[in-house]
Design a protein around this ligand. Structure first.
Ligand code: HEM
Length: 479
């Protein structure tokens, strides 16, 4: 596959500077005056009248992407009433987009459609030098001492939450995972105990996420999910801003309290507005992605009972009631399971960017001002890299096989380059603690009639049937 062969400079140089310094008025002015690039020369056609490729993209994007690749190769058009995009497939496309040499791609201009008025100033929306500076600030909240204190909060909270789940009958497992992660998230990120305040904050968060998914995006329609999301965002922002002064006075193990005590490069406390923007975005970045991943893992374990037993043995071999930082790496097979679930069912199956310059990929000239998307789900099933890619096979991540190591951009569940997920170790820790408490005490099964994982990839990968599974208490195992 041939990668970039050359770049034509366009007159978008100013916007690179505005994005870097996050000069919002100038960015908004650029958005108003700029039309998206013309894509009629890109293969793949424009789909059905008005809806374009929306139906296929929303109902079964993985199969649709595979079909388009077979017909058109690694570059083709994906058209919806809201956006006309170009898909770029394969590890070389991922490398081009994530490495972003020559500052071709903007995150802000790609994600703004989703986040505007809901998650303003999110780290993931920042670009270039400004992004680098902000990422350095937030990175402190993901260092080892911070994660160690988060484990102290998460482990008992996950254990207690799982103990509340109904046993001996089939339940919609995804709803339970979602609620559990909301409650645990309120504790670990915000330092909130269960109660009316946590309920209000959790509800605000749920409303903001629903607002992100509202395609109409009219704030004047007050009952629309988007308008409700904007009101909820104000509630959450106000709660954070009002609480910062008291958090600055005492130390705390939760991420919000820790950010209130952290300092920037010049030794100054991080500004209240920045703490607000970072913590609200972290809540968002952590929640649905981990819900998606745990749902996929639970399905895989219910479908592979022998493997479930192997993980249970791995947990029991620790011979512990709780889990600490040093135990995390010992759970090797559990780690491969997480990786394999993310390979088969990556939470973000497509990742968008906005091209600020014309560029060439695989013989196609993509004009400046085009939304391009790369696809993890496509690359994660490429037979060139993965043996029997449709088979759940965690051993492919073992050091002996290391299938993921043939190309640095073939496995991208956490993205790559400057914007690579900051919470990937946190997610690994959380998933392992969850599975530790679950598998030591419960067996997970599914109805034999349930032959495959029914899921949708857009906007995130979630089971469409709520994931009907059964949890049965087992006698505690000890070695
Ligand atoms: C399995 C769970 C997760 C998955 C699959 C996931 C996936 C991703 C992906 C693909 C990106 C890059 C998006 C882009 O390039 O546009 C990203 C960014 C990010 N994630 Fe995660 N994530 C997960 C969990 C978390 C958690 C638990 C946290 C925080 C506690 C977190 C915090 C972030 C942040 C802050 C960014 C923005 C990084 C930047 O732009 O510099 N994520 N995540």
């Amino acid at each position: 596959m041939r990668a970039v062969t050359g770049l034509r400079d366009t007159n978008n140089t100013d916007i690179v500077e505005s994005l870097s310094t996050f000069d919002l008025p100038k960015i908004r002015e650029f958005q108003k005056r700029t039309k998206l690039g013309k894509l009629d020369h890109i293969p793949g056609g424009s789909g059905l009248p008005f809806i374009g490729h929306t139906y296929w993209f929303l109902t079964d994007s993985h199969a649709w992407i595979d079909r388009k690749y077979a017909k058109n190769g690694p570059v083709f058009r994906a058209k919806t009433p809201i956006l006309d995009m170009v898909m770029l497939l394969g590890p070389e496309a991922n490398k081009l987009v994530f490495k972003n040499e020559g500052k071709i791609f903007s995150n802000f201009l790609a994600w703004d459609n989703t986040f505007e008025n809901l998650f303003d100033n999110a780290l993931m929306e920042r670009d270039f030098a400004g992004h680098k500076k902000e990422r350095k600030v937030l990175q402190q909240a993901f260092k080892r001492p911070a994660i160690e204190s988060h484990i102290q909060i998460m482990s008992p909270a996950l254990k207690a939450g799982i103990e509340q789940w109904p046993t001996g009958r089939t339940i919609k497992a995804m709803d339970h995972v979602k609620q559990l992660l909301l409650n645990v998230g309120a504790k670990v990120f915000l330092g909130l105990e269960m109660g009316p305040q946590a309920d209000t904050i959790n509800q605000a968060f749920v409303d903001i996420v629903a607002g992100c998914g509202d395609p109409i995006r009219r704030k004047e329609i007050w009952f629309s999910p988007y308008a409700k999301g904007i009101r909820a965002s104000k509630t959450l922002c106000k709660y954070i801003m009002d609480t910062i002064p008291e958090r600055r006075k005492v130390a705390g193990d939760d991420m919000f309290s820790q950010l209130c005590h952290m300092r920037d490069d010049e030794g100054k406390l991080i500004k209240a507005e920045k703490i607000r923007d970072h913590i609200i975005f972290v809540l968002f970045a952590a929640h649905d992605t981990t819900t998606s991943s745990l749902s996929a893992i639970l399905y895989a374990l219910a479908s592979n009972l022998e493997w479930q037993e192997e993980l249970r043995e791995e947990m029991s071999s620790l011979n512990k009631e709780g889990i600490e930082f040093d135990d995390i790496n010992a759970l090797q097979k559990t780690g491969w399971t997480f990786k394999e679930a993310l390979r088969m069912y990556p939470a973000l199956s497509v990742i968008p960017r906005y091209a600020l310059k014309d560029f060439e990929f695989n013989g196609h000239l993509i004009p400046a001002n085009t939304i391009v998307t790369v696809s993890s789900v496509f690359t994660h099933y490429m037979p060139e890299y993965w043996t029997n890619p449709y088979k759940f096979d965690p051993y492919r991540f073992s050091p002996e096989r290391a299938e993921e190591k043939q190309h640095s951009f073939q496995y991208i569940p956490f993205g790559g380059g400057a914007h690579k997920c900051l919470g990937l170790h946190f997610a690994d820790v959380q998933v392992k603690i969850f599975l530790f408490h679950l598998l030591k005490n419960y067996k997970v099964t599914k109805n034999r009639k349930m032959k495959k994982y029914k899921y949708n990839n857009i906007p995130l990968t979630f089971p469409t049937d709520g994931l009907p599974l059964r949890f049965d208490k087992i006698a505690p195992t000890r070695k």
